[in-house]
Design a protein around this ligand. Sequence first.
Ligand code: PLP
Length: 409
Amino acid sequence: MAGGRSCQNRHVTDHDLISLAHGPEIVAIPGPSVMPQRVLAAMQRPMPDIYAGELTERIDEIFDALPEIAGTTSRAFVPIGNGHAGWEMALMNTLSRGDRVLVADCGRFAAIWGEMATFNGLRVDLLTAPVGHAVDPAMIEEHLRADAGHEIKAVLTVHVDTASSVRNDIPAIRAAIDAAGHPAMLFVDCIASMGCERFCMDDWGVDVTIAASQKGMMTPPGLAIVWAGPRALDAHRHADLRTRYWDWTYRTEDGPYYLRFCGTPPVSHLFGLCEALRMIAEEGLASRWARHARLAGGVRAAVDAWSTADGIGFVAVDPSQRSDSVTAVTTGSIDAIELSRRCRERFGVTLGVGIGDFAERSFRIGHMGHVNAPMVLGVLGTVETALAEMGAPIERSGVAAAAAALATV
Ligand SMILES: *Cc1c(COP(=O)(O)O)cnc(C)c1O
């Protein structure tokens, strides 16, 4: 900036250098998601007594609220850890060394869970859906029919795969297991979708459900949530993979609060989770699902409008399988890395990087948890601006399409 002390002479002439990113940073990655101020504020407090008083009341409140979130009457366990901790807790509590499990993957995450199962001494059969598609229940049925000796103890899959943004039809998978006349349990990773998309653990016949704090549950990373149904608790009694830290029996519900966490409770996170659960209750679960569906509809309308033969498109091929929590977008001939860089550096929006099959040729938009229309429209408008700067081949305005989709007329 030339011009000495006179403001008259201060000008930026190179428009490429003007950053439009100053102001609140928008992080639109699919987890950790945007945390409500209420949750962050609830966590910001001195340490209380951990044996009695306010903390123990909040712990009771949390354990009372969690079953409804997953659509179950079964209790939840809340280990300190991330989603991977939830995966491990589910496996170690229910299975024995050498047991077979069937992993049904439609992106990336079930497969990684399967790698964990192999590492921990289980035998894994892996079914992989074609790229961009949900798991085909008929393939599960066929695979289980071939297991006449019922060696397979559990089917492991995800509700929503965050890499592909494909949602599986969990009731259809349960029906396929039943149609095969097979006694396998069904374990479902709902880390991306819990609190955002309809999930009915009991009605859908799910035996173990897994979530984590940092996505739709609106609480910073650090807690997993594992709901265990009656069949899983029964299997637990004979499981030999059990280890002391994860053990469900040891984390008894009516014993000391200290033991529920196998040690000192994660105090700040519990205050945060309690506040998030209150917010979920205030909004109402069905209203939350409807909000996510509506906002996701806006995102999908934009991606549809941008779509061209060699440009923007959906990773999730079938519209009925597209998640309401996250949208993975392919970019064809458009440089996805450059697009994301521009969004972040020039405009202050961080998009999720592509992972899995389209790693370098895609990006992801998280729309889970504490999101509303201006956040979604802001992100879409930013992507559209960056696409325009890059001279990307788009023919219609995604923002206009999203606005039309979100408008109630
Ligand atoms: C985020 C995510 C995970 C991994 O969770 P971490 O907390 O990173 O361990 C697993 N599965 C799904 C579906 C996810 O979205």
